[in-house]
Design a protein around this ligand. Structure first.
Ligand code: NAP
Length: 254
């Protein structure tokens, strides 16, 4: 039997890592999704869906499923799950690696304002009506109802239900990755003058940031949440390398 690996997913990197590991005969890989989207993209390894019931529930799952290695490849803003993974790995005595994308850093021409959360982002929009692109998840936009003077363009994977309680909003359903040229066309077509975004890192969501820079549009960036201090890598290659000799070390019980 191969080394049993559980990937906590929901990101492009988690899917790419699963693609990388799936052909390896020495590994037995499962990927876990929270179940946030109605039609998750297909993965090349078995997928389980739904929460574990906190860190204790995840620790029980690790023991029951005899998981040898845990990889937290959740989104950098999934801070609760990352904290749970750290605690569960400790409780179950399972080695944990976090796969975390580096943050985007501003370059010449970027007009960024960094804020702590969506309430601060709402305040940072100011009093005067603006045309705002909310590049946030459908569960992250409720705070903007407090600033109904703005027009909002909302792009999400699944429909926003109920819609945002503001008089003027446009909804687009789309799943990334998004190319810079397409995002530039989108911002121009909707006469957007400010983008609100997480600092997700990676390529798949960077198009709107690059497009805003080209068009001279302001960006309000939500700062990353604090994440647990655990061994971490930034690339799928490095995460795969962590498992290079997993079969050997698992057999030795290290
Ligand atoms: N936050 C974002 O901006 C963002 C963006 C893109 C994708 N995602 C993905 O969407 C998922 C949920 O994000 P979130 O911000 O809601 O996370 P979160 O606030 O950190 O997690 C909330 C709860 O959802 C469950 N959960 C989260 N990720 C899970 C996973 N991979 N497998 C099983 N259960 C999971 C856990 O429930 P229990 O405590 O019951 O185990 C967790 O306590 C994550 O997998 C993340 O990678 C998030």
């Amino acid at each position: 039997m191969g080394t049993r690996v559980l990937i906590l997913g929901g990101t492009t990197e988690a899917r790419r890592l699963a693609e990388r590991l799936a052909p390896r005969p020495d590994l037995d890989v499962t990927l876990s999704l929270a179940g946030r989207t109605n039609n998750p993209v297909p993965h090349p390894v078995p997928v389980r869906i739904g929460g574990f019931g906190g860190p204790g529930g995840l620790a029980d799952h690790l023991k029951f499923e005899r998981i040898d290695r845990l990889i937290d490849a959740t989104h950098p803003y999934a801070a609760q799950m990352s904290a749970n993974a750290a605690e569960a790995a400790r409780l179950a005595g399972v080695p944990l690696l976090a796969l975390r994308r580096p943050v985007w850093c501003p370059v010449a021409g970027d007009r960024w304002t960094e804020v702590a959360d969506t309430c601060a982002a709402t305040r940072a929009l100011g009093e005067a009506p603006r045309r705002v692109f909310l590049a946030l998840g459908r569960n992250e936009i409720a705070a903007f109802a407090a600033a109904p003077q703005h027009h909002y363009l909302v792009r999400s994977v699944d429909p926003v239900e109920p819609p945002l309680a503001v008089p003027s909003a446009t909804y687009i359903q789309a799943r990334g990755p998004f190319r810079e040229a397409d995002d530039r066309a989108l911002l121009a077509a909707h006469a957007i003058d400010v983008v609100v975004s997480k600092n997700s890192g990676g390529d798949a969501a960077y198009g709107k940031i690059a497009a805003a820079r080209t068009l001279g549009i302001a960006v309000i960036l939500l700062r990353r949440p604090a994440l647990p201090e655990v061994p971490a890598v930034e690339t799928v290659d490095a995460a795969a390398a962590w498992l290079a000799h997993a079969g050997v070390s698992a057999a030795r019980g290290v």
